[in-house]
Structure formats: C-alpha cells, structure tokens
Design a protein around this ligand. Structure first.
Ligand code: PMP
Length: 632
C-alpha cells in the first residue's frame, strides 16, 4: 500500500481516506461502508482504534485540530477514553473516531498485519472485532483495546466505575462456577449456542428430542460449556438480533414488552411440528405420546424453574393476563362477597387492576391501593394500615413494568397472610431477571408470560398451591378438564387439567420449556447480576444528560429505565432512537395509575435483558446526546 506525501513528508489525507474506504467496504455488514477523515464525522470505533493505536506508537503526527473540536461545547460525559486527545469527546465505550486532523505516517498494512484476507461472505476473515471475545489475536495492534477473553467491551476502560464493573462480572463468573474462557474457534462461534456443545444429535430421548442417527438438523441445547458470561456471544443465539433496522444493527431495548427468542426455542417449536405434532393425552398412537411427553416435560421444567412443590401446581394459560383473570373469576367470584376488600399496589399493570376492579364492581367489594413514594417504592407502613380482617386478597407485582421497581415481595406476602388474606404475585416482569422461588415467596398464586422470558407468545403459567387450585371452580369448561360427564353430573379433573379446558397451546408450552432450559443453562442468578450492572451503567450515563428526568428511582430496580427528555415528546425520542435501530417503548405501558402518581402520562421506556451490552447502551446514550445538541 502506498500513498502520496505532502510537503512535510506526511501522507495525503485524500489517499488515506480512499484506502480506508476500500478497507471498510470489504468488511462485514455491521461496519460503515464509508468513513470520512473530516473532523465533523463520528465514525466507527474501529477507526478510532486505528488512530489511537497509531498515536500511541508514535506513528501518527498530530495535526492542529479544528478549533470547534478543541473546544467541545456539548456536555458529553467526561469518561471517554479519547477525551484527552483534543478531539471531540464521545460517549462511553464508543470513542469519536478521532481521525480528524491526524496524519498517518505509516503503512496501513502494519496496522492490520493479520487481517488482510477479507472475504465479504465470511465474517471470520475480517479483522478482529474488538467487541467479540475470542476473535482478537496477540499480534493485533488493537490488542490493548480489544477484549481479552474474559472482558466485556467496557471493561477495557479505566474509570473506577468500569473497574468495579469488571470485578463484579468476574465475580459473576466465579460465583457461578464458570471457568476461564475457552477460545471459540470461528466455526463454533458462528454455529453453536454460546454455552452449548455443538452436537445436534445428543438429546435426551425423554424430552422427545432427536436421537443419534436420525439425521435431524436440530441444533439444540445439550450441555453447559465452561465459558464466562459474555453478552456479545449470547446475542448470537438470538437470530433476530442480527437484523438491521434503518440500516443499523438492531438494539432491542423493549424487553419489558416482549423478549426475543433464542434459536433453541425457535428450533424446538419447529421440531415439534416436524416430528411430534399431535393433540395430547387422548390417543394410543406414537405422536400423541411424543407430544404429551414433550408438553408434560415442559410443565416439569416450569415446576423446577419456580421450585414448585409439584407439577400439579403448574397450569398452562395464555399469559399473565389470563392467569390473573382465572384467579379473579374462579377464586374471587366464588369466595368474595360484599364488603370484602381487595388490595393492589399503585405500581400495577392494568392486567392486575382491571380484573379486580370489575370483580369489585360486580360484587360490591372494596378495592384498596398500596401507595408508593416519589421514587416509586412501596410504602410498607401504609400497606400495613390497609390490611385487616376484611382483606381477602392482595394482588401485586414483583417488578413494576413501568418503573422497574422491585417490590419487597416476600415481606408483603407475609404481611397479607398474617391477616388471613390470599396473595397473587404478578411475576410477568420478574421471572426473567431474578430467581423466583414460589416456596420461598409463599404466595398462593404466581403468574407469568412465556414471551417475556424468551419463550413464545400465547403461553404463560399460573402457579397455585395445589390444595387451593383443587378447591377452585374451573375457569373454562369443556374437553380435557373432566373426569366424567353425564347429563346428570360432571366430575372435574384435579389441577392442572381442571384449568386446561380444550386443546391448549401445546407447541408453545414446549417452546416455553426450551426457553427455560436456555435461561437455566446460563443461570438466572448470573443473568440477574449482569443485568444489575448493566442497569447501573445505563442509569449513570442517562442521568448525565441534561434535561433527562428518570421516572422511577427506586433503590432496588430491574431492567427498566423510564424517562422523559426535556424539549422532546416521548414519541419524538422513540422515533429518533428507532432511526438508529434502537427499539424502545413509549407510552403509558398499561400502567397509567403509577405514571400519573409520578406526574406524567407517558414515558420513554428502554428495558434491558441479558443479551444487551454496554455498547448497546452507549449507542442509545449517544443518540440522546445528539438530540440534546439540536434542542435544549
Ligand atoms: N403484568 C405485568 C407486570 C406486565 O408487565 C404485563 C405485560 N406487559 C402483564 C402483566 C400482562 O402480560 P401479558 O400481556 O403477557 O398477559
């Protein structure tokens, strides 16, 4: 590679820009197809790494920077790794390219010594992606920036927050017995699930998965590999996360609305329809046995996941909404009478308000509301004052979908049961973020939706204590839920069949089982810890943006960052983020009472999951800063 030099013996910028663009064109899709060496452009971090490397090795002469760049006026956070370069600082991990005003004095071949054989169709021939574990190499001049095997992208930065984060993540890996990294070979990194052995045929026959020799192409879960928690690799298990939206890599921050599905879940459902599809429980043939086995195996997985005492306590329903309606009607309608009191919290999703309000209106019951403080935290003293001998049921959420508040659920259950009330816990926003142990929590019922825990839509779970479920009236009636029918008398099954009238959502229940397998193999506690630090990271950066008002500032939160941005409507913010490929929800999030309590009608609500990375957060924050530059 050769370039012209200018009078000072430095290479010509136009030549360099040309060379750089040739190089970038050859890269896989996620790289920009064009970079500019103009001071005003904010290009790919890769370019920054080049420049930083060259600067640090003395291979670049610094050019007098553009004055506007010497005096950055925008209030960017100060922790940028390039803020000392005299060029426009940037956000978080994503340094500004810094290429502005810098003249290289070296051949680019020396910058990419091992990365020259690009094949546009094969990402593995591109130069190492600094963000992917195992793709760096020792001779790579970026190695001081690139990830070492055990580190997430932000962990190579030096602020105290990030070193703390690094230590915390290291402890996630050790606490959960995860061994130091295995180096993934490129084929493995591309084809297999992050933590799974890539053996398509080694499945447990009991779960009706393919067995050796059947030749299925199913690549599913087999066994845990000793690999550290690495969100960048986990991302690869979710095909949709490779989508482009508006030409940008999709960043899915709408996890509180629904989560994306790993390939293992998608494959499991396809496998059901290709090899097992049948109605369940009522036939002598092979496929009925396979389908019934797989469906009941999924129930068993849910039971283990929740630590329920028995599979009879696990009822498949359509989702959290149906679970709550089931309890309100089957139990509430038959056990409550005028003057009785129902207690819900101010944090509730409409799904945990409307069925109770309707029941209260129908039967002359009193609906009472546990208040929250200005941070969105339950006021336990006020809650205690609401409880009395008339309180028959307390229904509340473990995690607020609008604010992310984690409620002191165990304590609240105890307090309700002390006055003889039953408790329904809404686990729609908790089960994917923290260990939920129904025996420990001791609630009488718990509901959640499959689609919020990386499983399919149209399937969810009602957990209930076995005796209580067997005491309850059926919800819907018809086939499957009866023991015997005559025109004179009907005998119902016990739970769970008692509540599963008609043909259920068999395939998606099995898909939910696969989702639970996936989460379990990664480890719900490891997920919780990783997400906790990711949320802290995002919260810290979000708070630094002038004009951001965080809605929901509880000490104990999970996943959710609701906010308003001064000068913009929430829809405008959502649309601006969407332009960058970032999906967030804007609106009232089906939780109008709590938003009104905090003085707003709607918010912008990013919500995180374990496949999100600090780079996703950085991009999100960077986009908000861009908005702030335009309108203050
Ligand atoms: N409760 C909470 C806390 C929720 O976040 C949701 C969904 N947003 C629901 C209940 C209802 O879940 P689904 O729509 O899946 O039935």
């Amino acid at each position: 590679m050769s370039t012209n030099t200018n009078n000072n013996g430095l290479y010509d910028v136009a030549d360099l820009q040309h060379i750089a663009n040739e190089l970038f064109k050859a890269l896989p899709n996620e790289f920009p197809k064009e970079i500019s060496l103009s001071p005003d452009h904010n290009d790919h971090p890769k370019a920054t790494k080049v420049v930083e490397t060259l600067l640090s090795t003395g291979n670049l002469a610094e050019f007098t920077p553009n004055t506007s760049l010497q005096n950055p006026t925008t209030a960017y956070p100060s922790h940028s790794p390039v803020s000392g370069l005299g060029v426009s600082p940037s956000v978080g991990n994503y340094a500004n390219t810094g290429v502005a005003g810098l003249y290289p004095v070296t051949d680019l071949d020396t910058v990419f010594p091992n990365d020259k054989n690009f094949n546009i169709n094969n990402p593995n021939t591109g130069f190492s992606d600094v963000n992917l574990k195992g793709s760096s190499n020792d001779n790579n001049p970026f190695s001081s920036f690139a990830l070492n095997d055990n580190y997430l992208p932000f962990q190579t930065q030096s602020s105290s927050f990030e070193s703390e984060l690094r230590e915390a993540l290291a402890s996630v890996n050790t606490a959960f017995g995860i061994q130091p990294a295995l180096t993934l070979n490129p084929a493995e990194a591309q084809n297999s699930y992050y933590f799974l052995e890539n053996n398509p045929f080694a499945f447990d026959k009991k779960n009706s998965f393919p067995t050796a020799g059947k030749g299925s192409s199913f690549h599913g879960i087999h066994q845990l590999k000793s690999t550290p928690f690495d969100a960048n690799l986990i991302k690869k298990d979710f095909p949709i996360l490779s989508e482009k939206v508006n030409g940008k890599p999709l960043i899915w921050f709408d996890n509180a609305a629904t989560t994306q599905k790993p390939k293992s879940v998608i494959d499991r459902i396809a496998y059901f329809y290709e090899h097992e599809n049948s109605n369940i429980h009522r036939a002598a043939h092979e496929l009925a046995a396979r389908a019934s086995d797989a469906y009941e195996a999924a129930r068993e997985k849910v039971k283990t996941f929740l630590n329920a005492g028995s599979i009879n306590e696990i009822v498949f329903v359509r989702g959290a909404t149906e679970g709550i309606n089931l309890v309100a009607q089957s139990w509430g309608d038959n056990n409550l009478s005028a003057g009785d009191e129902i207690v819900v919290s101010n944090l509730e999703h409409h799904a945990n308000i409307v069925p109770w309000k309707r029941l209260a209106d129908k039967k002359g019951l009193k609906l009472r509301v546990i208040p929250v403080d200005d941070d969105g935290q339950i006021l336990l003293d006020e809650y205690a004052k609401l409880l009395n001998s008339k309180t028959k049921i307390v229904a509340f959420t473990q995690v607020s979908n609008a604010l992310g508040t984690v409620t002191p659920a165990k304590k609240m259950v105890e307090m309700a049961q002390a006055v003889g009330a039953k408790v329904l816990l809404d686990g729609a926003q908790s089960v994917s973020h923290m260990k939920v142990d129904v025996q420990d929590l001791n609630a009488d019922w718990l509901v959640f939706s499959g689609h919020k825990i990386f499983g399919p839509t149209g399937i969810g779970v009602l957990y209930g204590k076995e005796d209580l479920l067997n005491d309850m009236q059926p919800y819907q009636s018809g086939g499957n839920m009866i023991q015997d029918v005559t025109f004179e008398e009907i005998k119902y099954h016990k739970a769970p069949n008692r509540f599963e009238a008609g043909t259920g959502n068999i395939a998606d229940a099995i898909g939910l089982g696969a989702a639970i397998d996936y989460v379990t193999k990664i480890g719900i506690n490891a997920i919780g810890q990783y997400e906790h630090y990711l949320l802290e990271y995002a919260t810290k950066l979000l708070k630094e943006i002038p004009g951001v008002r965080l809605i929901g500032t509880a000490a104990n939160k999970a996943s959710v960052l609701s906010f308003n941005l001064q000068g913009y409507s929430n829809d405008e913010v959502g649309q601006a983020l969407n332009k960058e490929g970032i999906a967030v929800r804007t609106g009232h999030h089906c939780a109008q009472p709590i938003l009104r309590r905090l003085g707003v009608e709607t918010t912008v609500r990013p919500s995180l999951a374990f496949y999100n990375t600090t780079q996703d957060v950085d991009k999100f924050i960077e986009t908000l800063w861009e908005l702030k530059k335009v309108r203050f």
